[in-house]
Design a binder for this molecule. Structure first.
Ligand code: SF4
Length: 322
């Protein structure tokens, strides 16, 4: 068979599903290539990670009678301003493809000495702005050992949504430690699952930085406890310890300012994220610019920050009548 693979998003990140599909078909003696516009294929797999509204299968112009769609991007639709997840026409990958060693040669530049994969799937938190729990389930479950997608590469990009929520976390963290590879935990860590034992294991993983998240005030106590526990054993500089904090979703501006201070007090660097940024209040955009720019942040308090030079007024004067 002649197989065409179509990476719909084609961003600066390899498509893991396509790498696995490629490996499977090559093992079965099929001819596999990234889709070329004028070529005809016995079957085309199109995979889309992000949920933009513009790329649909109709405007892809794929030359095959057998087009199979997959990926979260095809499964998300926006209904009444909310993202809704529905399974794609062709569903998830079958186990014999899901658990195959990926064909990294599909993206030679992006996968140079780097392995990509998931050790777990799912997340118990079901945050309203995130698709993971709806798509993968309300439990973080082990789905692979590291050896399934790593064979001695120097770098590992771990794509797990919530590794620490998995009951097999100790075993999986040990695999990462034993690999000796430099690990990029791309999706961050859930501080609420950090105990003395987990913190001691995390610091043994070779990595440049650690990211956590603090999105809801209701989780304040548990998150602060986890951050403090980790800080006791982690010697990395504050700039290498980041806590993402979502704004414009479930918190007020007072709570946002409070979180910035609290995260810093715990010895971490706050990283302000804005939900639906284009329509967010201007003060949040100012907060993000002030907080995430180390030079601005280090030079003044948020209340004294002058966000627009020509206007000349401080945050306090613009928003708080000061
Ligand atoms: S904790 Fe992270 S992965 Fe889990 S639902 Fe919330 S945002 Fe998604």
């Amino acid at each position: 068979m002649k197989i065409g693979l179509y990476d719909v998003d084609s961003h600066n990140f390899p498509n893991l599903a396509l790498m696995k599909i490629s490996a499977y078909h090559k093992q079965h003696g099929d001819e596999v290539e990234m889709v070329l516009p004028l070529n005809r294929y016995d079957r085309i797999y199109a995979s889309k990670v992000f949920g933009d509204e513009y790329t649909t299968v109709k405007n892809l112009c794929l030359q095959s009678d057998d087009v199979r769609l997959g990926g979260t991007g095809f499964a998300i639709t926006v209904k009444d301003g909310k993202e809704v997840y529905t399974k794609t026409r062709d569903g998830d990958l079958p186990p014999e493809i899901e658990h195959i060693y990926p064909d990294y040669s599909l993206y030679p530049d992006l996968t140079k000495d780097t392995a990509y994969g998931f050790l777990t799937r799912g997340c118990p938190n079901n945050c309203g702005f995130c698709i993971v729990s709806k798509k993968e389930g309300l439990q973080s479950l082990k789905v692979a050992d590291l050896s399934e997608f790593w064979r001695g590469q120097k770098y590992i990009k771990l794509l797990d949504a919530n590794l620490l929520a998995c009951r097999d976390r100790v075993e999986l963290l040990q695999q990462l430690i034993d690999s000796g590879a430099k690990v990029d935990i791309t999706q961050g860590l859930d501080a609420r699952f950090i105990t003395d034992e987990i913190a001691a294991m995390l610091v043994k993983i070779k990595t440049d930085c650690f990211h956590f998240a603090f999105d809801f005030m209701k989780n304040e106590k548990a998150i602060v406890k986890g951050l403090q526990t980790f800080k006791k054993v982690c010697t990395k500089h504050q700039s290498r310890l980041t806590v993402y904090m979502l704004t414009n979703y479930d918190t007020t501006i007072d709570e946002d300012l409070y979180r910035v201070k609290l995260i810093e007090k715990c010895g971490y660097t706050p990283d302000v994220r804005i939900y639906r940024k284009p329509t967010a209040p201007q003060i949040l955009k100012d907060l993000q610019r002030w907080c995430n720019n180390r030079y601005i942040h280090g030079s003044c308090d948020f209340m004294d920050y002058v966000p627009r030079k020509r206007d000349g007024r401080t945050i306090k004067q613009i928003y708080f009548g000061g």
